[in-house]
Design a protein around this ligand. Structure first.
Ligand code: FES
Ligand SMILES: [Fe+2]
Length: 311
């Protein structure tokens, strides 16, 4: 393993679909091989807490939602959504458990691996709910660290071998490696169809397809990898389709279903490689420059060296 394989990247991670945790419900979910407890208060506020009760160390996943608090099953300590203890009598003062920064976006629950988010949750190309229909779902598991599937998006050479596309070597335009994100674009087809891409953190890849033919809808997609274990990632996808397309929601949903089917096929084609890959630039050629630059960028990406406190 290299340091990158075990790095705890400071990024937003989609840990569940919003619908998985209703009001008054909780779930224990893995992130970097550790548990977090995701729960939703009776009023509907979502919260993700480190799992250890700060009284005697019971696992809060065995507790229950009690109004606006999560109650430990062992002696009944109650935690507010911000992780602070809210007991009537036995509250020793400023005790708290770690509360992950947590937001919901496009049907997914995202947590930031760090005490304070250093950038906003990925909302590709400024999409907003008033102009777009959005759809999200879980795609599956990849037995790889969370950046490997994103590297695949920059690896245009594998498309012809793994995904049986026609030979394809478009000219990358505007490729820019920033501190926490990467931008690029290229022409997808001779009719002028173009793809813009935005990688956010080492784990999330957003695309916008601008059709070359007038009248065809613009489709925005997001694929995000959540490191449930150090070398096992859960993949979620989101798609946005403009609300003003002919046929409205049913038409948008059918575009989503078709994009989802393509994404499933692509993932299934990649799996035989991913199942035994150790992604290293051992002898890269001139065409591999973007992937090599990406892997170097991942190695420099900010991490939390320590485990989240109070875990
Ligand atoms: S261990 Fe949680 S209340 Fe005692
Ligand atoms: Fe692939």
């Amino acid at each position: 393993m290299t340091p990158t394989d075990v790095a705890r990247f400071e990024s937003w991670f989609a840990i569940a679909e919003s619908a998985e945790v209703g009001r008054g419900e909780l779930a224990t979910l893995p992130l970097f091989s550790e548990d977090l407890v995701l729960w939703r208060s009776t009023a509907g506020v979502i919260s993700a807490l480190a799992p250890r009760c700060q009284h005697f160390g019971a696992h809060l996943g065995g507790g229950a939602v009690c109004g606006e608090t999560l109650q430990c099953a062992f002696h009944g300590w109650r935690y507010a959504v911000d992780g602070s203890v809210r007991n009537d009598e036995s509250d020793p003062g400023c005790v708290r458990t770690f509360s992950y920064p947590c937001v919901e976006s496009a049907g997914l629950v995202w947590v930031f691996n760090g005490t304070r988010p250093t950038f906003p949750v990925p909302t590709p190309f400024g999409v907003n709910d008033s102009d777009f229909f959005s759809f999200s779902t879980t795609l599956g598991l990849i037995p790889q660290p969370c950046y490997v599937q994103v590297a695949n998006a920059l690896d245009l050479d594998h498309l012809v071998h793994v995904h049986a596309t026609p030979p394809f070597r478009p000219k990358m335009e505007g490729l820019r490696f920033n501190e926490i994100d990467i931008e690029f674009g290229y022409q997808l087809a001779a009719d002028g169809t173009a793809l813009s891409a935005h990688i956010v953190g080492p784990n999330t890849y957003c695309t916008r397809i601008m059709p070359g033919r007038p009248g065809e809808p613009i489709v925005i997609g997001l694929v995000t990898n959540t490191p449930v274990e150090r070398a096992m990632s859960k993949v979620h996808v989101s798609y946005w389709v403009r609300r003003d397309i002919p046929g409205a929601e049913p038409a948008a949903r059918s575009i989503f279903m078709s994009a989802l089917s393509d994404a499933r096929t692509t993932l299934a084609e990649d799996q035989p490689i991913f199942s035994r890959l150790r992604l290293r630039p051992l002898n890269p050629g001139p065409l591999d420059e973007n992937v090599v630059t990406f892997l170097r960028w991942v190695d420099r990406y900010p991490t939390n060296a320590e485990s989240i406190p109070f875990g």
